[in-house]
Design a binder for this molecule. Structure first.
Ligand SMILES: [Zn+2]
Length: 485
């Protein structure tokens, strides 16, 4: 058995002011064949890590392709996408014949000239590898499930959890099912049902927790191989946006179609319940002030670099400073220039620093303050489940009792290790502010006394009813109240 594995991922926010180019990949996560470490470096890279393990345990031969990914941002340049795509396809061509092609993709990558990069990549991989090869991918549930992807692949599997802590399990599943397909033991048939909704589905709370548990319990029985919720990614103006159910059966198409519809209708009935009510920055700070003990964790949900925005909004920090909040930490704000200045000044230095509030009007005004540089770090990292995620060079500065983490790579705040690795213990703070939509939840829940989600005004286009979409499919909830009528 000959396996080929590679990964190409980014999440394209077509409303983001931050363009994605080749440097966004090569300067972020870029590993040629054989170069990737043994641990995942993000969610999509788990496919390669698991494929290596499988090849090591059996007599399969693994041919590695490039593993690369850019932080979520604006539309990718055509040249960057085509170069990386052709690099991986060239590696696949050189590896032929192969029985299995396993790819780690995001599913919401858009390039100039390509609304559906993954559909394009999978179709070209199919054309090269031939009809008998078993081709599949893991996808981030924040993807656009397109007909081109479904046609080209035998098997697509989304992470079930949001926070996406199950990326290794899904990669294990993908490899097992692809190998079984290549052996002729199963014949995957993919069924989808369009929920016609734009919504958020946090599995860290009810009712989505229970839905995913029930959905997972269906797998491995009655010919059901895999069930995924396609959450969709709302910050993109593309023709296949929206939530869908995906059911993969062992050659039981009609049964799969029925199950996808039943589950999809149930998910639609839970619309509007997948995320909590958001507080204003002042309401969030009030909760921390009133709490008998900390830390109270506030998520600056719509300034989450994981959704393709800058991650340099100062809205909450300005209110903390104006209100004289102390014993607090906030991170990470993206500001490569400020990090450079802190590294130049050195640990222990005091300097007047301008930081944050640069990338967009919705980032707010920069903070101008005299700061103490408490820590500088080259190539700082944080954990996310079993992966180790780079922040690039980073710095921690203190202003009047508030510790601020600054980073050069736009990484969202996944885990308390982001703070700890820069000498800040978030468990000892009254108030901790993170730049994340929900991935922070798995790491921070064990130390947080309270968790609140904050709407600080953007810049992520958070309300579909107010987003100037031109190309999305209609009708769709919540823009249209009754899309299944
Ligand atoms: Zn996601």
């Amino acid at each position: 058995m000959r396996l080929f594995a590679a990964a190409l991922s980014t999440e394209s926010n077509t409303f983001s002011p931050i363009p994605t180019d080749l440097e966004s990949f090569t300067g972020n996560r870029y590993f040629r064949p054989g170069e990737h470490p043994e641990h995942p470096t993000n969610t999509s890279s788990a496919v390669l890590v698991v494929a290596r393990k499988r090849a090591g345990e059996s007599n399969a031969v693994l041919i590695e392709g490039t593993v690369t990914g850019a932080a979520p941002a604006g539309t990718t340049s055509r040249a960057a996408y085509e170069q990386l795509r052709d690099e991986i396809l060239g590696q696949l061509k050189a590896a032929l014949p192969v029985d299995v092609v396993a790819l780690g993709l995001h599913g919401a990558m858009i390039a100039h000239g390509y609304d559906d990069c993954e559909g394009d990549l999978l179709a070209r991989a199919r054309a090269l590898a031939g009809p008998k090869a078993a081709i599949g991918a893991t996808l981030d549930p924040h993807c656009h499930m397109t007909p081109a992807m479904l046609t080209a692949a035998d098997l697509l599997i989304c992470y079930k959890e949001f926070p996406h802590t199950d990326f290794v399990e899904r990669a294990e599943e993908l490899l097992s099912l692809l190998v079984a397909t290549a052996r002729g033991d199963i014949r995957p048939a993919m069924s989808t049902w369009d929920c016609r909704m734009i919504d958020s589905f946090m599995t860290s709370r009810q009712p989505i927790r229970g839905f995913v548990d029930r959905m997972t319990a269906l797998e491995g029985k009655d010919g059901v191989l895999s069930v995924s919720i396609v959450h969709g990614f709302s910050a993109a103006d593309v023709p296949h946006l929206g939530a869908k159910m995906l059911v993969v059966t062992d050659n039981r198409r009609e049964q799969g179609d029925r199950l996808a519809k039943t589950l999809g209708q149930e998910l639609f009935s839970l619309r509007g319940q997948g995320a909590p009510r958001h507080l204003s920055p002042d309401e969030g700070i009030d909760r921390a002030v009133a709490a008998s003990e900390g830390p109270v964790v506030l998520a600056d949900r719509w300034d989450n670099p994981g959704g393709g925005v800058a991650g340099d909004s100062t809205a909450i920090l300005h209110r903390m400073l104006e209100r004289g909040i102390t014993n607090a930490a906030i991170g990470a704000l993206w500001d490569p220039i400020a990090v450079r200045f802190c590294h130049a000044a050195g640990e222990g230095a005091r300097l007047k620093l301008r930081f944050g509030g640069k990338a967009a009007p919705t980032s707010g005004k920069p903070v101008d303050a005299e700061v103490e540089v408490t820590r500088v770090a080259k190539d700082a990292t944080q954990n996310f489940a079993s992966s180790i995620v780079s922040l690039g060079d980073a710095a921690a500065v203190r202003i009047a009792g508030i510790d601020v983490v600054l980073e050069t790579k736009r990484a969202q705040t996944f885990d308390p290790s982001l703070f700890r690795n820069l000498g800040i213990d978030p468990a000892q703070r009254r108030l901790v502010v993170v730049k994340s939509s929900n991935h922070f939840h798995a790491g921070f829940a064990p130390i947080a006394k309270e968790i609140h989600y904050i709407d600080s005004g953007g810049p992520y286009p958070s309300d579909p009813r107010r987003v100037p979409y031109k190309r999305i499919p209609r009708p769709v909830w919540p823009i249209d109240e009754n899309p299944h009528a």
